[in-house]
Design a protein around this ligand. Sequence first.
Ligand code: UDP
Ligand code: MG
Length: 161
Amino acid sequence: SHSAAAGNFGAKERTLIAVKPDGVQRRLVGHVVQRFEQKGFKLVGLKMLKAPEELLSQHYHDLKRKPFYPLLLRYMSSGPVVIMVWEGHNVVSTSRKMVGDTNPAEAHPGTIRGDFSIHISRNVVHASDSLEGAQREIQLWFNSNELMDWDSCDQGIISHV
Ligand code: UDP
Ligand code: MG
């Protein structure tokens, strides 16, 4: 295909980004969306919900034995979250950099956590940490008919399609 010839296999890479309950409460949804839009990624899914405990336990299945796990689930179910899927070249690793270190005290200024949070238990956003993790989380939070396959007019300028 054209994109394969251009060496652009990763252009359709997707990741899951969430604005956590503290981010929603603090009116940071628009700001987070704006950062990803301005970076050049494409929004392909978005919804707001109060996350059921079962969904959260699947989402954080790898953390079940951590001491902070019960408080994490309480935090994540304390209010609505905004869940998004973003698409574009290298989006998984690039969005981890945009989000910053898990601990806001370590997150660099210029990252979302570095700019908007001070404590690890209230760090505003989630981002998938690997390609496999992203695929798993996207399937967990979205039905396939909730994900939009659309062409943005600036795609060839931003991403060398
Ligand atoms: N977390 C926490 N205390 C900790 C470590 C993590 O409350 O000591 C929370 C925090 O909200 C973090 C989430 O658990 O974002 C998931 O942890 P993970 O290590 O996967 O960090 P992330 O991938 O979100 O950077
Ligand atoms: Mg994680």
